[in-house]
Design a protein around this ligand. Structure first.
Ligand SMILES: Cc1ncc(COP(=O)(O)O)c(C=O)c1O
Length: 485
């Protein structure tokens, strides 16, 4: 077969892999969903992954497409052989696929591949760094990755408060901040959806207000992108989002690649954050001429496979339809909320309306009367084979607010957290749904929560002092025996 045919077969095969996927069939295309895991008593159950807000399992098409691509894998950028050219073009094609998915116009925007959302937000903060008399406006709701990078810049950072009772952003407080710091606000940066409560702030309305105030609008879209349709908006749209950041590993691609998108002009003025190979046109002993975007911002050899994985996933999500993704997850959320609310001794945080009249992601946080978040998560994992997250989800200020922790209490908690104790300090248990989860899985998890509250754990748990997590006194398996290397 001529090589052109082989290459076009590769492209066709990758697209065909995506085309077959629908909301009804997507579960068949997720790697590892039927994996059985051992429980504390040695029995086995099919693992239920309700930790999608942390990391989603990869799609089968990613595996297959990567395997096909590895046949053609070569160096990227400026390699002369055919394999190098295919690697380079595949990499650039992924950029176009991502740009189309998020509604970025590559004439105006740049799409920069990063390691993850955290890397993207750090890079962005460095580029947008306003002078010290300016203000960054963000919120108490943010993940640490959309909080700490802005604090490093040396200008004032102000936080819009959240409403404790329902976890929502206090829009009156946001407007108040915009008035109070009028003329000084350079950036408004808000989560597109919370990883703690699933709340979706009104980012379009906030963008309009930010632009009226002369600020740039940044959305940490890490949780939003895999679960809801999203478009950046035209450059002259007052409700446009100027910059977004997100990670591949929360949208069914493996770890290691993320995206930062925004107007090219914002990245042209300053030197890149990382410098070195790939970022330059010319270097002498005392001069450097930066390469055009996005190369200038992608120092070193890029993660071509990781970016290819994001491209493959985008094709699958497009095939399913983001509206279908959203509706499926709403159905799961409704079901879970409706059933969880009937369980005595359980506290739910954030929006609790089982009708889900206000759109929110399938992220549900809770605490039980009887067990700490660390114990609850351990029991669900070791006795039911359910993977959840517990603690503060890298959003400590928001969790603190939702839990109503006072300043005095916080003092002691900070000391314990600083010592690495994330298990015995206050926190929550989080269920987060993905496109492949089923109503049966929701029912199973709700039954687990109910049974644990009604009958208690079956095993005795101790705090592992090394990892600061609860484990059964006599575990069924040693995790180290299961490691791939
Ligand atoms: C809202 C939000 N922003 C940013 C991040 C950081 O993502 P990453 O760890 O992939 O950089 C996360 C991770 O949980 C998140 O939920």
């Amino acid at each position: 077969m001529a090589f052109q045919d082989e290459v076009s077969d590769l492209c066709q095969a990758c697209c065909d892999l995506a085309k077959g996927v629908t909301i009804e069939t997507v579960r068949n295309f997720v790697v590892g969903v039927e994996r059985k895991v051992p429980l504390h008593d040695g029995s086995q159950v099919t693992y239920v992954n309700f930790d999608n807000a942390a990391t989603t399992p990869p799609l089968d098409s990613v595996l297959k497409c990567s395997q096909m691509f590895l046949e053609w894998y070569g160096s990227v950028h400026r390699g002369s052989g055919l394999k190098a050219q295919i690697s380079t073009h595949a990499f650039e094609r992924c950029r176009e696929v991502v740009a189309e998915f998020i509604g970025a116009d590559l004439g105006y925007h740049t799409v920069i591949f990063t390691q993850n959302a955290t890397h993207a937000l750090n890079k962005l903060a460095m580029h947008l760094a306003p002078p010290p008399d300016k203000v960054i406006l963000t919120t108490v709701m943010e993940h640490h990755s959309n909080m700490l990078p802005w604090r490093k810049l040396g200008c004032e950072v102000h936080y819009v408060r959240v409403i404790r009772e329902n976890g929502k952003l206090d829009m009156a407080d946001l407007e108040d901040h915009l008035r109070r710091y009028a003329g000084r606000i350079a950036v408004v940066t808000v989560s597109g959806a919370s990883n703690v409560t699933g709340i979706i702030p009104p980012i379009r309305r906030i963008a309009r207000l930010a632009h009226e105030a002369g600020a740039q609008m940044v959305v940490d879209a890490t949780q939003l992108i895999p679960h809801r349709p999203f478009k950046m908006g035209a450059p002259d749209d007052p409700e446009r989002i100027d910059f977004i950041a997100f990670s591949g590993h929360k949208m069914y691609a493996p770890f290691g690649a993320g995206v930062l998108a925004g107007p090219k002009t914002a990245f042209e003025e300053r030197d890149p954050d990382y410098v070195g190979g790939g970022t330059v046109h010319a270097v002498t002993m005392d001069e450097v001429h930066w390469a055009p975007l996005p190369d200038k911002e992608e120092a070193g050899t890029p993660n071509v496979l990781g970016c290819l994985a994001i491209g493959c996933v985008v094709k699958v999500l497009e095939s399913i339809g983001m509206d279908n993704v959203a509706e499926h997850e709403r159905v799961l959320t409704r079901r879970a909320l409706e059933k969880l609310q009937r369980i005595d001794g359980l506290t739910l945080y954030g929006l609790k309306d089982p009708e889900v009249r206000e759109d929110r992601l399938g992220v549900i946080t809770m605490n039980s009367r009887a067990y700490s978040h660390g114990q609850s998560a351990a029991i669900l994992g070791h006795e039911w084979g359910i993977g959840v997250r517990n603690g503060c989800f890298c959003a400590q200020p928001y969790v603190r607010e939702l839990l109503g922790i006072t300043d005095a209490e916080m003092h002691d908690i900070v000391a314990r957290l600083s010592a690495g104790d994330h298990a015995t300090v206050p926190g929550m248990v989080r269920f987060s749904f993905g496109v492949y989860n089923t109503p049966d899985e929701v029912d199973y998890a709700v039954e687990a929560v109910r049974a644990v509250l009604a009958h208690g754990p079956k095993a005795r748990y101790i705090l592992d002092p090394q990892h600061m997590e609860y484990v059964p006194e006599t575990p069924a398996v040693c995790v180290h025996d299961l490691l791939p290397i």
